[in-house]
Design a protein around this ligand. Structure first.
Ligand SMILES: Cc1cc2nc3c(=O)[nH]c(=O)nc-3n(C[C@H](O)[C@H](O)[C@H](O)COP(=O)(O)OP(=O)(O)OC[C@H]3O[C@@H](n4cnc5c(N)ncnc54)[C@H](O)[C@@H]3O)c2cc1C
Length: 578
């Protein structure tokens, strides 16, 4: 306990200093007086909402209001320090959503699985989603990007000068073992955001000058000098005001007071894959049966909250006999702190997620990958693995030792989940039922992904550092034969976790597809002046992490809403270099 307390206090101190140096100069976000009417009201200042607010307010004629239920990102300085990301969990900056308990039962099936066609990391090429193919969306990815990796600066798949810095995580040398191990297995080292996704690479991360590159920091704050952009934090939106099937405003609660603000042009939901469907349902847009049970008048019956997809992962903890990774004492050392404060570099500037790979399972029939690896350059100590502590005894050490965790991720699970209202109280969390492993195929695939992970850890590259995976011998699975399918299944059932990539709860699709909520311009079907712009509109979860695709969606939506084509030049350049 003492170790962790010391660690936390050091991190907080660094955070405070960091905040003083980099952030305190920025002004507070919240405006004192909210106007009665704006042109656009955006709900949710997350990855998408901050981009939209910044882009829509570029036009001085647009009066924009951005409402956010949480506080400012500067309230918790650890949010900006890459290595301190974990210390933000379970704080007031976290919604603390919990999913329903995992039900594994092979004789019940909620629904047959949906379309098999999947997205690429940078595409959403889904049938019925015209305008969202790879060539359509690549310019929007590029618009946001500021590539800071020298050997990629001239790549047609990258761009310089956008708000979102992209760097390679290079602090901990274990990344090289990951890439070399991949080569031993026959994979190339790739820029997985470039021409070829399949292969191994150093992780590309959004860190600028040592600070995590959130859209609040990179898009919103630089726009705050604009008089036409108002932001209100700690404002919990309860409903969209709908009059005769036209969205006319938003109701929110701040400081225990309900306020209603009108939107002259549009209301845009960017409250995320849980928040957006919840607000829609509270406003009468959603599955009629669920709304009727809480006496919410149905305005439009749509499959809001259905079709939820998420990435799920397993962990293989490994130990090693060299100090090539991240440990608490290394990160908290005086030299590390000094380096960070002076130059924004060193162990504190890294997420620890040093390696990323995309591969195909034996069942994969498309040219896109269905398994992802992440190499985390640390073996958590027991105390940090609180979420599953009752099982983790033996899996993680009590004190920091040299090690790592290989996470094997299912990119396209067949199981679909859903979320629905638990009551008509906007402060009541909805039911979140991801249905992980409801389809047996997902379990087979997860076992295969772990076997492929074990193969990687058995390459010469990892053997050279004495890699051991015997922490998988956890007491809770001791009734099975070590590394048998049953053993891996037991590990998966006890330790598999979300990668926090829920999507598709307000799916985009063609107007006549009854399984979708918004059209290809992200307008809610059957309602005027209401759009959804966030991860919830993805037709399927992407073949990679979801943050950059969400930012792309916001970039594209901003152009749609403004009726401009801000990426015409980028698109033409891409055509010339094709
Ligand atoms: C712990 C964690 C780690 C992650 N790591 C990665 C990663 O390494 N790489 C990656 O690509 N992706 C990562 N993701 C996923 C990524 O953050 C999401 O895909 C992305 O943020 C989705 O953007 P969004 O705009 O849809 O929603 P969000 O970013 O969640 O934004 C929604 C916003 O709406 C606000 N809101 C919700 N309800 C209301 C309401 N009623 N009133 C007002 N405001 C409301 C929320 O507070 C929030 O600020 C991670 C997610 C989590 C949770």
């Amino acid at each position: 306990m003492e170790l962790t307390l010391t660690r936390i206090s050091v991190i907080i101190a660094i955070g405070a200093l960091f905040a003083y140096k980099y952030i305190a100069k920025n002004t507070k976000l919240t405006v004192e007086n909210v106007n009665s009417t704006y042109d656009y009201i955006i709900i949710g200042a997350g990855s998408a909402g901050c981009v939209l607010a910044a882009r829509l307010s570029e036009d001085p004629n647009n009066r924009v209001l951005l409402l956010e239920a949480g506080g400012e990102e500067t309230d918790n300085a650890n949010i900006s320090i890459p290595a301190a990301a974990l210390s933000v969990w379970n704080t007031s900056s976290d919604w603390h959503y919990a999913t329903e308990k995992l039900r594994i039962c092979t004789n019940w099936r909620r629904k047959p699985s949906l379309l098999a066609k999947r997205q690429r990391n940078r595409t959403s090429g889904e049938a019925g989603c015209d305008g969202w193919g790879y060539d359509d969306v690549l310019p929007c990815f590029l618009k946001s990007e500021d590539i800071r990796i020298d050997d990629l600066k001239n790549s047609r798949f990258h761009n310089s000068g956008g708000p979102l810095a992209v760097i390679k995580d290079t602090v901990f040398p274990i990344w090289k073992r990951f890439v070399d191990g991949g080569k031993e297995l026959g994979y190339d080292e790739v820029d997985y955001n470039g021409a070829e996704q399949i292969g191994f690479g150093r992780s590309q991360v959004n860190v600028r000058d040592g600070a995590r590159g959130s859209t609040a920091a990179q898009f919103l704050r630089p726009s705050m000098g604009r008089s036409n952009l108002h932001v209100v934090v700690n404002a919990h939106v309860t409903t969209v005001v709908i009059d005769n099937k036209v969205a006319t405003g938003v109701a929110f609660i701040k400081d225990n007071r309900k306020q209603i603000v009108s939107a002259g042009r549009e209301v845009i939901l960017s409250a995320g894959a849980i928040g957006s469907p919840q607000i829609l349902m509270l406003s009468g847009i959603g599955p009629g049966q669920n709304l009727n049970s809480f006496n919410i008048p149905v305005v439009v019956d749509l499959p809001v909250g259905q079709n939820m997809e998420d990435h799920i992962c397993s962990f293989i903890p490994g130990t090693m006999n060299t100090s090539e990774g991240f440990t608490g004492p290394k990160v908290e050392s005086l030299s590390s702190v000094g380096r960070y404060l002076m130059f924004g570099t060193g162990p504190l500037s890294t997420t620890g997620l040093v390696g990323t790979a995309f591969i195909k399972s034996s069942k994969c029939k498309t040219k896109y990958p269905d398994i992802q690896f992440h190499l985390l350059a640390t073996l958590f100590i027991q105390e940090l693995a609180k979420y599953s502590q009752k099982y983790t005894k033996g899996l993680f050490p009590d004190e920091w030792i040299d090690g790592f965790a290989l996470s094997t991720i299912l990119l396209h699970p067949k199981s679909k989940g859903f979320m629905e209202l638990k009551s008509n109280d906007p402060f009541d969390y909805p039911i979140i039922e991801p249905n992980y492993f409801e389809q047996e195929e997902d379990m087979h695939m997860m076992i295969e992904s772990m076997r492929k992970g074990l193969e990687l850890l058995n390459t010469q590259s990892f053997r050279e550092i004495g890699t051991q995976v015997d922490r998988l011998k956890v007491p809770v699975c001791s009734h099975t034969t070590y590394l048998s399918d049953e053993h891996l299944k037991c590990l998966i059932l006890h330790f598999a976790a979300t990668v926090y990539h829920p999507t598709s709860t307000c799916r985009m699709g063609s107007l006549n597809d009854s399984n979708t909520v918004v059209d290809t311009e992200l307008r809610v079907k059957g309602i005027k002046n209401l759009r959804v712009v966030d991860a919830s509109v993805m037709p399927h979860v992407t073949s990679g992490n979801t943050n950059a695709p969400t930012i792309m969606i916001a970039e594209k939506a901003a152009d749609m809403i403004r009726g401009i084509d801000s990426v015409a030049k980028v698109r033409n350049k891409l055509k010339q270099t094709a």
